[in-house]
Design a protein around this ligand. Sequence first.
Ligand SMILES: Cc1ncc(COP(=O)(O)O)c(C=O)c1O
Length: 415
Amino acid sequence: MSQAPFSPRSRPLGFECYPTGLGPSRRAFLRAVAATAAGAATTGALSGCHTAPAVQDAAPAPAPAGSAADALGSVPVFPEGGFAEDAVRIGFNENPLGPSPKALAAIAADGLAAGHRYNYPETVREQIAAHHGASRANVLVGCGSTEFLQFLPWGFLKPGTTSLVLPEVTYGWCGGVAASIGAEVIRTPMGPEGTLDIAAMRAAIRPDTRIVYLANPNNPTGAAVSGDEIATLAEAVPEGGILIVDEAYAEFLPEDAVSLALAGGPVIVARTFSKAYGMAGLRFGYVVGSGPMFEKATGVWWGDFGLNTAAAVACGPALADREHVERYVRTVDDGLAELRAGLTGLGYVSWPHRAPFLMTDLGSEALPVVWELFRRGIYVQDGAGWGLPTFLRISVGLSEHHQALLAALREIRSA
Ligand SMILES: Cc1ncc(COP(=O)(O)O)c(C=O)c1O
């Protein structure tokens, strides 16, 4: 487990960080962790700096000497002093519609006054199980799906003698935890336009592999694979190992892996209320699975402590409000089309996938543009942390956000 020495040049791009043990403030630490939760990279994210155990030691991707990124330094994750009222927040794949009004009403009625009580998540587990046609024992709930990406590696990996396989460009949390544990992290190449190469992942699996991680659709590339492809990947997982299918953006899949996870094999599906349900700040996620490997996962689960009362109370109404979820999906589909057309009009090429964000290639280093956008109160992520320095990752927002972004890009280009 190597840790690159810290220097301004080895600073990762797009994320605040600081040398091991020398954090300037708890706030900066939390900001960096939040950035990771919102989409930090496998490649290069937060390398050379100490942020959270989850992300330290990711593969370094220092800014090339003499590059614009090297001269400019990383863009802060959050603006100093907080976001302005009219900030264009399209960097963290958040739901621009907010939570379901029914979930908010339930929180107001029952979620806060019971805050002095420890939470009892059995009802919530039952609600989620019913939603998936499963039983309570098939569901574990927690503080965002990140809770599971954080603790599952500790349950399945050991230093030196195990490995984790994941795509090279993906959501970095699990890989970061695996590296912290001292397990080998095996990153597999992407296909064209950020597609997921399942054959490459299968080929990379070794007898000592205990976790295979796949985000479907993938963050940040947006590409998705079919249920059949996931099944072939699951078949390659060795005895004692698991395939984590992270379905944070499940609503954009033609086919999810829940039935596979409920069939008793080594598949665990992670879901979140942060995206389609608009509850990122309420922190609520869960996993679904069955069979011996899920029992093992249950054995290392935190239990009741991960879930807060407000999120628990919101669960039932949020799940029941299908209209709100459908409105979100329509907002994303319309927003993707609007963004794609606008970016094409500016001469930028975007990847073609369906997810609540898109990758667009500016054709030259994106960081100076991200800085310019940041100064205008428009928040997107640059792709350098994922090894894609000419790309922006833009989250779908509302039309007014897209139009503000497109106008700013036009202005920046012609300056
Ligand atoms: C693929 C993926 N998994 C998990 C998460 C984190 O979700 P949660 O807010 O439930 O921790 C994100 C957040 O952006 C994500 O993109």
